[in-house]
Write a protein that binds this ligand. Structure first.
Ligand SMILES: Cc1cc2nc3c(=O)[nH]c(=O)nc-3n(C[C@H](O)[C@H](O)[C@H](O)COP(=O)(O)OP(=O)(O)OC[C@H]3O[C@@H](n4cnc5c(N)ncnc54)[C@H](O)[C@@H]3O)c2cc1C
Length: 486
């Protein structure tokens, strides 16, 4: 999921700092951290061992820099998370990032580098909306129409185009920078569709299709971003060909982490950072105590939902702080369900990969590369449905998941064995889905990516290809290049 692509302008960064950092010293109310080597004039501190922090640290390390990664959790990967112990028969499931696009050049480059293969995923073959089962081929051929007022025959995604065509034409005629075009950023997708005469059903469809990918609802998405996605890029649709890393996506962060070895400090949660006359001091907590470590530069590779609570003294610029406080994220939950048998492959099944307006939103056979007879259906639930399910107990979430499966595949209850959810907004060290283009936020990414010496900023939210693994690595490489260039 998470396939948004936009362009942003980036500027080159500030002059090299001449400050040097030396000894590891105790935080006022703590004991000395003896786990680290003492003294290094060029230590670069990277906060967060997601793909952004890992790729940045990996390239800095390869270039000969002394790098230390501080990670709050006890494992690498952040929002790339493969659950392995929750299922029988060595089955596993992606509870975070899942798909690699053919255009994901950084993911593909590092998979090749670490000798990981990418497995093509099967395409969507079923739709279950408004209690109707629709075969994807029947939809494509026009034999069956979506039960939504105003829906065109022959397609699932892109139903909104006709209502925003005049804006698409305007961009083509006047260019992206025209004032009229840029003013669309003040409007939500919902407002623009209403203005264009779209029936409520088309807005509902947009919710279950595109807004689900963005983990939000049309009233919180920028109309500018929607219009540009139809002009400049090929967005996600029922025809997108996707892949994932064979054996589990966590193999990519683990490969980076293995190379970095003890340069990653797990269970090290950063609380605050002070710049001093000799460099910077970073304060962190372990399970047992608080410590300080010194460095010369610091790379933030955490979502802004976390960054906004890390105290930086003296503070970051006003524009940066504003964007950190206000950047939009949605809500997202994955639910992995283990079944005794792969009933979705039977002849009378609607399919093995289904778009739906039930709280599951996208539900598909995940374990295609794993031997049966057991199998895992995985759901990608987002926006209001994720928010609603997120407020419930695990037990209630499973009841709803099970009931939704039964509506889609009538015999699913007979084979249900177990289920588990991961609601990313309740994860203490993430508190988010992935970033999105909110209303009036067109300049945010450029500001969020800008260096404020000695601070550098990585993370998917700073990337051109935001909301993706590829964007996370793209941002890590941008920052490592900027540090190396100086
Ligand atoms: C459910 C879901 C589905 C997705 N689907 C896809 C997909 O199909 N394809 C795709 O390409 N992308 C997908 N994404 C997006 C992708 O996962 C992210 O864009 C990417 O992994 C973000 O990487 P990052 O390094 O920027 O941040 P993160 O992975 O969030 O890394 C941040 C790290 O910082 C750590 N941290 C937080 N606070 C502190 C602190 N105070 N001190 C130290 N460490 C801290 C965290 O523990 C975490 O490890 C999905 C994401 C989710 C949640």
């Amino acid at each position: 999921m998470a396939r948004n692509k936009v362009e942003l302008t980036r500027r080159s960064f500030l002059k090299k700092s001449s400050v040097s950092a030396t000894l590891l010293t105790a935080f006022p109310y703590s004991v000395l951290a003896n786990a680290f080597n003492v003294s290094d004039d060029n230590r670069i501190l990277v906060i967060g061992a997601g793909l952004a922090g890992l790729s940045c640290a990996y390239e800095l390390d390869r270039a000969g820099y002394n790098v230390m990664v501080l990670e709050a959790k006890s494992h690498p990967g952040g929002r790339v998370r493969t659950y392995r112990d929750s299922f029988a028969d060595n089955l596993y499931a992606e509870m975070g990032a899942e798909y690699v696009d053919s255009s994901d050049e950084y993911v593909k480059k590092y998979c090749k580098h670490f000798e990981l293969s990418i497995l093509p995923a099967k395409q969507y073959d079923g739709i279950y909306v408004r209690n109707k089962h629709i075969n994807m081929d029947d939809l494509r051929s026009g034999k069956v129409k979506l039960p939504f007022d105003g829906a065109m025959r022959g397609k699932l995604f892109g139903q909104e185009v006709k209502y925003i065509q005049k804006w698409i034409d305007l961009v083509k005629k006047e260019g992206i920078d025209s004032k009229k075009v840029q003013s669309l950023d003040k409007l939500s997708v919902q407002q623009l569709l209403k203005k264009g005469g779209a029936p409520n059903d088309i807005i509902d469809l947009y919710t279950y299709l595109n807004a689900t990918e963005s983990t939000t609802v049309p009233s919180k998405m920028s109309a500018l971003s929607m219009v540009l996605s139809h002009v400049k890029t090929s967005g996600f649709s029922e025809n997108t060909v996707e892949g994932r890393i064979l054996g589990g996506n966590d193999m990519l962060p683990k490969a980076f982490a293995k190379k970095l070895g003890s340069k990653i400090k797990y269970n090290h949660a950063v609380n605050s950072i002070n710049t001093t006359s000799t460099g910077l001091e970073l304060n962190f907590s372990t399970k047992t105590n608080n410590y300080t470590v010194k460095g010369i530069k610091c790379v933030f590779a955490v979502p802004t939902t976390i960054l906004k609570n890390i105290k930086v003294n003296p503070g970051l610029s006003r524009e940066k702080s504003y964007c950190i406080q206000n950047l939009s994220y949605g809500h997202v939950m994955k639910i992995a369900m283990q079944f005794q048998k792969r009933f979705w492959d039977s002849n009378n099944s609607i399919g093995q990969r289904v778009f739906t307006d039930t709280p599951l939103r996208r539900v598909y056979h995940f374990s295609i590369d794993q031997p049966g007879p057991r199998g895992i259906l995985l759901s990608f639930t987002s926006g209001d449905d994720a928010l609603k399910l997120g407020s419930m107990s695990e037990n209630s979430r499973m009841k709803i998941a099970k009931k939704s499966c039964k509506n889609i595949w009538s015999d699913s209850d007979d084979y249900w064995e177990n289920g588990i959810s991961k609601y990313w907004n309740e994860d203490k060290w993430i508190k988010a889905s992935y970033s999105l283009k909110g209303i009036d936020q067109k300049g945010y990414r450029g500001i969020l990516a800008k260096t404020e010496e000695p601070f550098y900023f990585a993370g998917e939210h700073t990337a051109i290809n935001y909301a993706s693994m590829n964007g996370a690595i793209e941002s890590g490489i941008r920052v490592s290049n900027n540090i190396i260039k100086k």
